[in-house]
Design a protein around this ligand. Structure first.
Ligand code: SAM
Length: 235
């Protein structure tokens, strides 16, 4: 799967993808991450990507022009006025505090794509015509305001990449983990030592009875979900 990230801070992404699962997936050729400098698609001496909002308001807005040109250069088939087929295997997501809440379900959908293009906003956000006429999705990683879409894009790439087929060695781990098939949080896990500072790991996990362990894990996952995320049980 290919990821494209359109940003005014391409150097931001030097760190986040150079570790662990994502780095290994890139090295193995399971995923590709292409970071594009939005200023490539500006046409003035100052490489301007922002301007003042109409109607008067604090701060600056990212202009639509360079963003449309960036997408049309990366995917020429999305030239002016060309909307994609819904099943085309490619999606454009605009990172935005106003977007639909990003979750594991959407991560799973994205992991089945051939290519995902992420647009990172900055300043006071992005000219609304990008959401209206260019992006397929407008997504938020949570109900708080970040200063830019880059952190959010890194979150999306990481969470999607690990679901791409062949990226994690043991595919059952994505079924059993939080927000997996059961729709619960993961069960509590313990490792050695069996007793740490007087706190013991549950005896059942040390006993070797797999049926009992499974039963304990199911109950513990449900109990933890009810305590920390009751919305997952009702919704
Ligand atoms: N004025 C905007 C608002 O109130 O909704 C906030 C703009 S924010 C300072 C700048 C950029 O950060 C946004 O365009 C978006 O790309 C990104 N951003 C901020 N919060 C985000 C969130 N919760 N999820 C995804 N992206 C976010």
């Amino acid at each position: 799967m290919k990821f494209h990230i359109v940003t005014i801070f391409p150097e931001f992404f030097r760190g986040p993808f150079e570790h662990g699962v994502v780095q290994k997936a890139c090295e193995a050729g399971r995923i590709e991450i292409h970071v594009h400098d939005l200023r490539t698609w500006t046409h003035d001496r100052h490489r301007t990507v922002d301007d003042r909002p109409f109607g008067g308001a604090e701060g600056m807005l990212m202009k639509a022009g360079p963003i449309f040109e960036a997408v049309e250069a990366i995917w020429p088939e999305r030239g002016p006025g060309k909307r994609p087929e819904p099943d085309a295997g490619k999606r454009i997501a605009l990172l935005s505090a106003q977007g639909r809440k990003y979750d594991q379900r959407l991560a799973r959908q994205y992991s089945g794509l051939d290519e995902l293009l992420l647009i990172c906003g900055r300043y006071e956000g992005v000219d609304e015509r990008v959401a209206e006429h260019l992006s397929d999705d407008e997504i938020s990683i949570g109900d708080y305001v970040l200063s830019g879409g880059e952190l959010a894009a890194a979150v999306v790439v990481d969470s999607v990449a690990r679901l791409v087929e062949g990226v994690l060695g043991n595919q059952t781990s994505v079924v059993d983990e939080s927000f997996g098939e059961a729709g619960l949080l993961d069960w509590p896990q313990y490792t050695r030592p069996a007793e740490f500072r007087g706190w013991k790991a549950p005896d059942v996990l040390l006993g070797g009875n797999h049926e009992e362990i499974l039963k304990w894990r199911r109950n513990a996952a449900r109990e933890k979900t009810a305590r920390l995320r009751p919305d997952l049980l009702t919704g």
